[in-house]
Design a protein around this ligand. Structure first.
Ligand SMILES: Nc1ncnc2c1ncn2[C@@H]1O[C@H](COP(=O)(O)OP(=O)(O)O)[C@@H](O)[C@H]1O
Ligand SMILES: [Mg+2]
Length: 417
């Protein structure tokens, strides 16, 4: 792939990845070119772990780990203080960016002189007595997580993402949040602040219910909830509007179905289209809070705001989250991810890494080709597969690097095809 696009901007991609005690990788260094990267390997060899690592660098979060502990490689138990490190270097418009994440353990109950057992066969490190902390660096300078998000950008689609369409609303909100966060640091800050404010406001609502506090104390929290929540709401509305057309295009490419799709952002704050400017959204938010106050006090929780919103998908009048087949939901979820990637690229001028985990097996041959066409505009596309034969012939038109993943090691491979 070209190093510069027709406008002279530098191509943006991850050119180096380094893993230490990350999941089943003991130590791995990888040089990566732009273009299409194909990771071939049997089940449970470390393909998804690799994509998870790249996604962590972009978002500081894993989509599948429920705890950070889980990602620390079992081999880390050999270290005096077990740790896990993921580091990556991306080429970017302003030069190279090196992002590093270390999950550190601190022994909370260290017994002097005690020897750590050195397991013959690595087992899950017993980190239960240890506290963990995540340390981030960008270009060697320590940073808070919120300052790291989006320095490298990525969109991940894995087998679990089919749930995005029909699963709980929180998954759809998370998808929007992760896309918006990577292109706007203000969004990350608003989201963090909003979550804190909502938690404090909930505590106050419960105190009011128990008679330990008065409703007048809500005003200051309401103000902050509305301030940060409106920013989130407006950004999400803009994002959903931008996704509308590209989701449709990608869905046609992936499924062959051409019926009109509608994305509908359903907010607990009644925002009319013409009201979508800051002052009126804030006003509507305040009114909605006032209306639901008695119920909020009764339940001790905040019922209005972006943390209660949803995104729904309609094909004509049919709610895809309810009625679409699993295959359709899967194609739609993938179409949403591709559209998010396009949005992020258009807004920031940097194409995100497109991390596609095990997508080929569930698409038929013509739609596999459609997928590759749909992601042709992305600088670096990571694709995992257990079966190389599923690669569509179109792959030949694009520079492709092939890797073999086996028991936590990645080797540069040559295609058998
Ligand atoms: N913290 C960990 N330490 C060591 N190995 C791990 C850890 N977490 C998961 N694994 C191992 O990683 C393997 C799964 O890797 P994965 O990337 O999901 O495979 P796949 O190639 O099928 O995508 C399993 O063998 C699992 O035991
Ligand atoms: Mg996998």
């Amino acid at each position: 792939m070209r190093e510069r696009d027709p406008f002279g901007r530098r191509a943006i991609y991850l050119r180096h990845l380094s893993l230490t005690h990350f999941r089943n990788y003991v130590h791995q260094e990888l040089e990566l070119p732009p273009g299409l990267l194909v990771f071939v390997g049997n089940n449970a060899q470390g393909k998804s772990n690799l994509l998870e690592a790249a996604y962590l660098l972009a978002t500081t979060r894993s989509l599948r780990a429920t705890t950070d502990r889980e990602m620390v490689g079992w081999t880390a138990a050999q270290e005096p203080l077990p740790y896990s490190r993921v580091a990556g270097t991306a080429t970017a418009a302003e030069g190279d960016v090196r992002v590093e994440l270390v999950i550190q353990t601190a022994r909370s109950e260290s017994i002097p002189g005690e020897e750590e057992p050195w397991p013959e066969e690595p087992e899950p490190a017993d980190l239960s007595v240890r506290t963990l902390r995540k340390v981030f660096k960008v270009n060697e300078v320590p940073r808070r997580a919120a300052e790291v998000v989006g320095r490298v950008k990525a969109v991940l689609f894995g087998p679990e993402e089919v749930e995005t369409i029909g699963g709980p609303p929180s998954l759809r909100r998370r998808s929007l949040d992760l896309a918006a966060s990577q292109v706007d640091p203000a969004y990350v800050r608003a989201l963090q602040r909003y979550t804190q404010v909502a938690a404090q406001r909930n505590a106050l609502l419960r105190a009011i219910r128990e008679g330990h506090a008065s409703s007048s104390q809500l005003a200051v929290w309401d103000g902050q909830l509305v301030e940060t929540g409106s920013l989130i709401l407006l950004q999400r509305l803009a994002l959903v509007r931008a996704l509308q057309e590209s989701v449709q295009q990608a869905y046609v490419a992936l499924s062959g179905e051409g019926k009109p799709l509608t994305l509908s952002y359903e907010s607990t704050v009644p925002v009319l289209r013409r009201e979508e400017e800051r002052a009126s959204v804030q006003e509507a938010f305040h009114r909605a809070l006032e209306r639901s106050r008695p119920r909020e006090v009764l339940l001790g929780t905040t019922l209005v705001g972006p943390h209660r919103d949803d995104l729904r998908f309609f094909e004509g009048k049919v709610d895809m989250g309810v009625y679409a087949s699993r295959g359709q939901q899967r194609s739609l979820a993938l179409a949403v991810k591709l559209a998010e990637a396009t949005y992020m690229r258009d807004l920031s001028g940097q194409a995100p890494l497109l991390l596609l985990d095990d997508v080929l097996s569930e698409l038929d041959a013509s739609h596999r080709a459609g997928l590759l066409r749909a992601c042709a505009a992305m600088e670096q596309v990571w694709l995992t597969t257990a079966d190389e034969k599923q690669l569509p012939p179109l792959a030949a038109e694009r520079p492709m690097a092939l890797y073999r993943v086996e028991r936590g090691t990645v080797k540069v491979g040559t295609s058998l095809l």
